[in-house]
Structures are given as C-alpha cells and as structure tokens.
Design a protein around this ligand. Structure first.
Ligand code: ARG
Length: 282
C-alpha cells in the first residue's frame, strides 16, 4: 500500500530464554513501579506471558524455558539472568538480596544446556537489563543497578567495545527500559532517561535513532524486542509503533499489563542467546 522509500527489513531467527510467571507477585519494592499494596493477577500474567511466548514461535524463533522457582517472583524477567554474546555467558549478580538466588538458577540452566563458557560475575550486573548488544558492541547501563566496574568485566569477557551509559530517571532504572536495539546499527531511546554526557554519546553513535517521547517511554514502549523486522513492544506505545512502521519495521503490540506491575515488559521477559557466527554455514 505504502509507496514510501524504506530500507528492506529482514527478520533473523533468534534463540530466546524465557521463564513462565508461575510464581509472579509483587511482594517487595525495588523499583518505582512496584507497589505491594496493588493486587496482581498471577493467572492473567501467565496468560499474557503465554501470548508473547506463542508470538515468538509463530515468528519462527526458538524459545527455551527455565523452570520458575517458588519464592523468586521476579524470575519471569529472564533478561536479567545473564548476557550472552558469541556463546559466552556472563551470569548476573543482582543488586538486591530479593533477586540474588536467581543468579545460580540461571547459571545452572546454562551449564545444563551445555554452554561451556559460563562466568559467574564478580561485579553487580543485571544481565540484559543493562547490557544491550548492538552489532559488534555492547551498550551498558549504570546508575541504578549495574556497577560501572562490571562494564570492564563485560569488555574483558566478550572482547568487544562496551559503551557506558548513565541512567538518571528512577522510572527507567535498567537500560532496557530506556533504549531498545532494532538492528545491528539501529536503536530507539528516550533521551531524558540519560545523563547529558550519555545523551551526547548516543547522538554521536546513532544520529538516526528513533526518539521516544515520555508518553511512550512511560508505558515501557522501549522495553521492546526486535528480530530485524518485527518489533514486539507494549501495545500502549502507539506513537512508537507509528515511528517504527514509518521506518519499515513491523510493530507488534503486546499486552503485558500484569508484568508491568513488577516494572517490566516484553524485553525484560526475553533473554537472547547469541551464538558465535559459524563462518557462513547458516
Ligand atoms: N521487578 C524487577 C526488578 O526490579 C523488574 C525487572 C525488569 N527487567 C528488566 N530487564 N528491566 O528487578
């Protein structure tokens, strides 16, 4: 229908790890979205999560599951469990005691799945919550959760440039709540979530980035997952959906309202397992 000139987008099949929200609850408060006084409908959370799980598979992606652990209500946010690049796994080391036991659970999953390069992190880092792989580099958040010293640890393990970005708005406490990777060199982000210096860095590295406004950021529109063509994002982020469509992406709105009560959405529920390129065999 549209005769607009747009880059040709292609989806690349991905490998994800998710965790069913069987024991999801908001029993404690470690970010401004969590209010233990507000009721949470765990059964609805499961239904909403299952829709996302199904969508990925309908789009041709491989999704593996980690067994949820009773007493770890935030384990559904699998993005926080680790960061995987070129088959190297850097396991999370959580900031708050309430989530600390998730780290050994994720570590055990990767080891059992046959991953041979699995590192338990020395410094505090919350996995892909704060580490986003963009092509041959890693954007790394700090300010609320991940320790700046962890960025050097990631650089050493992955052997790629790690660009530190400082978050300044407590509503956007993880990098993946303020910035989403769309393709190897394309991102979208909410500038006001970053320090002045980090905004400058982002402008220099990604002059053509899609910029989100506050309304879209507040409904977690940036907590999105892209396969290069399809961009799954909270359905309330309609402004971002329009901007994505204008760039030739295919926005797919998802309703994860229950999981938003814990301070997470699409991306938080999705850990990407990135494999080493196999020299043109795929
Ligand atoms: N309640 C969780 C926490 O505060 C939410 C984590 C959201 N995950 C994310 N990747 N942003 O730790």
């Amino acid at each position: 229908m549209h005769e607009q000139r747009q880059p040709a987008r292609t989806a690349r099949p991905r490998h994800y790890l998710m965790c069913r929200p069987t024991y999801f609850a908001v029993d404690y408060c470690i970010n401004p979205w969590m209010d233990p006084a507000k009721p949470v409908d765990t059964a609805l959370a499961v239904l909403q999560w299952e829709r996302l799980y199904d969508l990925y598979q309908e789009l041709g992606h491989t999704v593996e599951l980690i067994e949820p652990v009773p007493g770890l209500p935030d384990m559904v946010y699998s993005a926080n469990g680790a960061t995987v690049h070129d088959d190297r796994v850097l396991v999370a080391n959580f900031r708050y005691a309430q989530r600390a036991a998730e780290a050994p659970a994720y570590r055990a999953w990767f080891e059992k799945a046959g991953h041979t390069e699995v590192k338990a992190a020395e410094h505090t880092n919350e996995g892909e919550g704060d580490y986003l792989v963009v092509g041959g580099r890693v954007l790394a958040g700090t300010g609320f959760r991940t320790d700046p010293a962890a960025h050097a640890e990631a650089r050493e393990l992955f052997g790629v440039p790690v660009i530190s970005l400082t978050l300044v708005d407590p509503r956007f406490y993880h990098l993946d709540t303020a910035l989403a990777v769309l393709d190897d060199d394309e991102i979208m982000y909410y500038p006001a979530a970053f320090s002045e210096d980090s905004r400058r860095t982002l402008r220099e590295l990604f002059p053509d980035a899609i910029l989100a406004d506050e309304a879209d950021a507040e409904v977690f529109g940036l907590n999105a997952v892209s396969d290069g063509l399809n961009v799954l994002l909270p359905q309330a982020a309609t402004g971002l959906a329009d901007k994505l469509a204008a760039r030739g992406f295919r926005p797919v709105g998802v309703d994860l309202s229950e999981l938003l009560k814990g301070g997470g959405s699409v991306k938080c529920c999705t850990l990407e397992i990135r494999h080493r390129a196999t020299g043109g065999h795929r």
